[in-house]
Design a protein around this ligand. Sequence first.
Ligand SMILES: *[C@@H]1O[C@H](CO)[C@@H](O)[C@H](O)[C@H]1NC(C)=O
Ligand SMILES: *[C@@H]1O[C@H](CO)[C@@H](O)[C@H](O)[C@H]1NC(C)=O
Ligand SMILES: *[C@@H]1O[C@H](CO)[C@@H](O)[C@H](O)[C@H]1NC(C)=O
Ligand SMILES: *[C@@H]1O[C@H](CO)[C@@H](O)[C@H](O)[C@H]1NC(C)=O
Ligand SMILES: *[C@@H]1O[C@H](CO)[C@@H](O)[C@H](O)[C@H]1NC(C)=O
Ligand SMILES: *[C@@H]1O[C@H](CO)[C@@H](O)[C@H](O)[C@H]1NC(C)=O
Length: 414
Amino acid sequence: MARLTRVLLLAGAAAVVAAQNGTDGLHSLMVKAGKMYFGTAADVNSFNDTEYMAIMSNKNDFGMITAENSNKWDETEAVQGDFTFTKADRVVAKAKQNGQMMRCHTLVWHKGLPSWGNLAFSPCVMILLPPGCADSLPYSAVADSAWTNETLIAVMETHITNVVTHFKGICYAWHVVNEAIEDIYNPGYRETVFSKVIGGDYIPIAFSAAAAADKDAKLYYTDYGLESMTEKLNAALIIVDDIQSRGIRIDGVGLQGHNIVGATPSRASLGETLRNFTALGLEVAWTEVEIRHGQLPPNETALQQQAQDYAAIVGSCLDVKECVGVTIWQFTDKYNWVPQSLPGEGDACLWSAEYQRRPAYDAILDLLRGTINGTLKLTPAPPPDTTKKSAAGRLSVGTVGGFLGAVLSAWLLL
Ligand SMILES: *[C@@H]1O[C@H](CO)[C@@H](O)[C@H](O)[C@H]1NC(C)=O
Ligand SMILES: *[C@@H]1O[C@H](CO)[C@@H](O)[C@H](O)[C@H]1NC(C)=O
Ligand SMILES: *[C@@H]1O[C@H](CO)[C@@H](O)[C@H](O)[C@H]1NC(C)=O
Ligand SMILES: *[C@@H]1O[C@H](CO)[C@@H](O)[C@H](O)[C@H]1NC(C)=O
Ligand SMILES: *[C@@H]1O[C@H](CO)[C@@H](O)[C@H](O)[C@H]1NC(C)=O
Ligand SMILES: *[C@@H]1O[C@H](CO)[C@@H](O)[C@H](O)[C@H]1NC(C)=O
């Protein structure tokens, strides 16, 4: 009740500001279209860039901010037990000044870890395999055996409790566990120090600690590729089911939405993936969207395709009642991770590195305006599959869970 009131007040306030300002933007139109927000990742490393700050601070475009890095473990607990929030607090202060909400990112992840305790040990550094190998090599090959189940749980709980408590009342949502699913070789738990030492139980344990520290923040599981890899989608549904079946709170799933121009699923397919989670009683959000070109520079056709792909993602959120909003992972290529990590790819954001808006920006506005004035219709959910109905919609997930659970246990025993 209190949370609902807060949300309605925030949404109402956004609409009022937009009306006073009179300028249509991503956020103001999202709110008019019935969603809570349109948002962006941003962080202090670009806060001296005045052009950047003018766009980030325009609440017509962005009503929600996610600190790209400053809330992560290596920033908040760089020294064990010594919590520092200087950078994250600056992001919060700026968002507050702009009247923007915050999504908070992230508590337990296999990257962005501090150097102590060998938590972040990367096999790639030793073996010099191509980029991405840290995501797929067995952690067991190099794991530091100094942690016991008890000591690692204690360290994880201490981290979560301190960080969540510091930001109590500030975060609309916490991304509690991020990217826990392996995607290349095994559709099971990604091999990290957490899954290796604690087992898959680290996920419900993390959610339980976050719930104890803040009863109001929405608790999310977040991952990428759920919209395009069936095995990953299945594994995420099993994780949700595992948390829920223990009576532990999970409120939402965030689909990151890192996509490639021309390889982004259709609006209808994206909506179907969102509904796979809302069927479990969760809310959903797109939490890290950017759509990169595989070849640079993009030609006009590719730019139009990118515009369609962005519109498909935003459209899928409009189509699903429980989708609260869309966050892009930086609004400008100047600070987006793609050019650095995937050389030769990029031009993925709504603004270029020179702060020129791409056609995708206008495509989103057109989609929102058309939806608001009724000329564009929502894509309805497919009719319910009556053959599966008797088991209250849970049977299909349970069945998949049994099968994948078996695969997963077999794999974990290796
Ligand atoms: C931003 O400006 C401040 C004050 O001039 C300076 O102390 C800080 O180092 C600058 N930060 C960056 C990331 O350039
Ligand atoms: C609307 O607000 C933004 C950011 O506060 C500002 O840049 C813009 O000039 C305003 N537009 C109008 C018409 O007032
Ligand atoms: C570690 O302890 C937790 C909490 O008791 C338990 O759920 C989990 O299965 C244990 N993991 C291992 C590997 O023993
Ligand atoms: C996701 O939803 C679609 C459409 O209802 C359904 O066909 C599919 O089986 C679901 N996937 C899973 C893994 O439950
Ligand atoms: C535009 O770029 C795409 C992707 O690089 C390419 O497949 C296509 O052939 C190009 N089209 C034209 C008209 O050059
Ligand atoms: C509705 O919005 C779309 C997109 O901006 C626009 O092209 C169209 O003319 C509008 N139609 C009406 C009836 O206002």
